[in-house]
Design a protein around this ligand. Structure first.
Ligand SMILES: CC(C)(COP(=O)(O)OP(=O)(O)OC[C@H]1O[C@@H](n2cnc3c(N)ncnc32)[C@H](O)[C@@H]1OP(=O)(O)O)[C@@H](O)C(=O)NCCC(=O)NCCS
Length: 261
């Protein structure tokens, strides 16, 4: 009987890595999984490296154990201003008994007053769950997939720490490439063997920036996560593959008690 099962909510440790990464991966929509780090071969190394760094890590993990097995996991990212719920998942057989809420309560840091998350438009259950918790929709982000214009070499654009980024990509299957140009830095995510991930339309229009990244990771498609629609010159090359809502809440106002205990 489910009510008699022994449940423990705790910080994740090294022995949880495989089950935790597997659960988060499995519960992601299949059509989008390949556009996340959870489809990359080294995601377990990434999780383990964050667990090993403890409180100093930018990302931390908690798990819910039911009868000794990992049945829920949460990934939280924290900066000084905001905590970001990257993903929470509970195994189907353990849902509907408040495990997700207890994971969230355990993962929230009392020192950072604001919580933010992205939830897919199609995930009605999670959206109403977050709304019940007191989170409000404050914006949206489109996921756009498409192809890049031809790269064009130009002096003044430099891929920083080329060797380090390459080594990380080989170890994890993903990395962040940083290109410096005219005193500014631009970040581009390298995801698996197929994708470059951009956080702004202006980046996919910069042929010289693309040339620096393309020299190291040639022939990739582009994934753009942006609130705005594609600019005129990108419109015919990109299709929207998903839409997420940005939700926010002040910790002091969250109704954690509204979730099942
Ligand atoms: C969203 C999620 C983490 C909630 O975890 P949970 O432990 O089931 O949370 P709760 O027990 O508080 O239930 C939340 C709601 O799920 C629904 N639910 C209840 N029983 C359920 C069951 N057996 N199976 C599926 N959903 C159920 C109900 O709408 C419930 O609301 P209620 O309190 O009014 O009954 C979980 O559904 C999940 O892992 N979903 C897939 C991954 C996902 O979408 N994550 C969020 C990404 S933004």
């Amino acid at each position: 009987m489910k009510s008699s099962r022994i449940e423990v909510i705790r910080k994740a440790d090294a022995r949880d890595v495989r089950a935790l990464a597997g659960l988060l991966r499995r519960e992601m929509p299949t059509e989008l999984r390949g556009l996340t780090i959870y489809d990359c071969h080294g995601v377990e190394n990434h999780v383990l490296a964050n667990i090993d760094r403890g409180a100093a890590a930018p990302v931390n993990y908690h798990v819910a154990e039911l009868d000794g097995c990992v049945a829920g996991a949460i990934e939280m990212k924290r900066t000084e201003e905001i905590q970001f719920l990257q993903y929470v998942a509970v195994a189907p057989e353990a849902r509907g008994r408040g495990v997700g809420g207890r994971l969230l309560a355990a993962a929230l840091s009392p020192d950072v007053s604001k919580l933010r998350l992205h939830v897919l438009e199609t995930n009605a259950l999670a959206r109403s769950w977050y709304a019940r918790l007191g989170m409000r929709e404050v914006g949206e982000v489109g996921w756009w997939a498409g192809c890049l214009p031809a790269p064009r070499r130009e002096t003044g654009f430099v891929l920083l720490d080329r060797a380090g980024a390459r080594a990380e990509w080989m170890r994890l299957g993903f990395t962040q490439a940083v290109v410096e140009a005219h005193g500014k830095r631009f970040a581009v995510g390298v995801l698996g063997n197929d994708w470059l991930r951009f956080g702004a339309w202006e980046l996919v229009r910069q042929a010289a920036l693309l040339a620096e990244v393309d020299a190291e990771w040639p022939g990739r498609k582009a994934l753009v996560l942006e609130s705005g629609r594609p600019p005129e010159d990108c419109r015919s090359r990109f299709v929207q593959v998903a839409r997420a809502f940005v939700m926010e809440g002040e910790l002091a106002e969250l109704q954690l008690s509204a979730l099942k205990r």
